[in-house]
Ligand binder design. Sequence first.
Ligand code: FPP
Length: 252
Amino acid sequence: MLSSTTLAVPVCTDVPRHLAIIMDGNGRWATKRFLPRTAGHIRGVQAVRRAVETCGKLGVEYLTLFAFSSENWRRPKDEVSLLMRLFIQTLEKEVTKLEQQGVRLRIVGDLSPFEPRLRELIRSAEQRTEHNNALNLTIAANYGGRWDILQAMRRLLLAHPDLANNPDALDESLLSEHLSMAYAPEPDLFIRTGGEQRISNFLVWQLAYTELYFSDEYWPDFGAPEIEAAFEWYRTRERRFGRTSAQVAKPI
Ligand code: FPP
């Protein structure tokens, strides 16, 4: 059942139920060490593994990672190929471990431009982990928030062709049921590493009421202590969802 912060106000917990991360700074991490940018992505995969383990231990229910944006195709050809290869290798190597750890893996985004082998690995990884429920891991690949809203709109109109003649019947919940992450609550906490303070077309619709945390650490250096520090900060936030401070004050 979809739970939207804009529709139904969720209960705030000490650990975010849903954490969404833009893993930025792999290239700069490598350049600083006179290494090729690709070395940063390889270290980035290790940081992904650490984040999955840490979130599992801390009781996060949904972890969503932005691995490849629809704009990343504009990067040098070699870098795009390396990222695709890493994606394939990681799926081949890690799915058994995810299965054992109780992690359910889903990939969201427009998968149509990916090579058939990668699409098949994605399908099989999703199928092999579909009964797991310890942690819901979503990798956003060839994903863009605007693409997501458009594809939701297209699917909605196919499901309800009558809406074109009755646009007033369209509401937030109808549209959000067709977003690619309709299975998850909206993120409670968003983290972007690497010093930039942008959403970069990530979960544009779903981040409307999310707490935003920006870290100067490069993604390969972002480990358990940094995740815990972000959660410490999250606990200090007063999440009002449009209400007043007095309305949301916790009883002492
Ligand atoms: C941003 O750093 C990172 C990416 C575009 C790719 C993220 C990919 C990984 C962490 C590895 C693959 C992931 C999986 C799940 C297999 P950047 O290259 O933009 O760094 P920069 O801003 O320093 O150039």
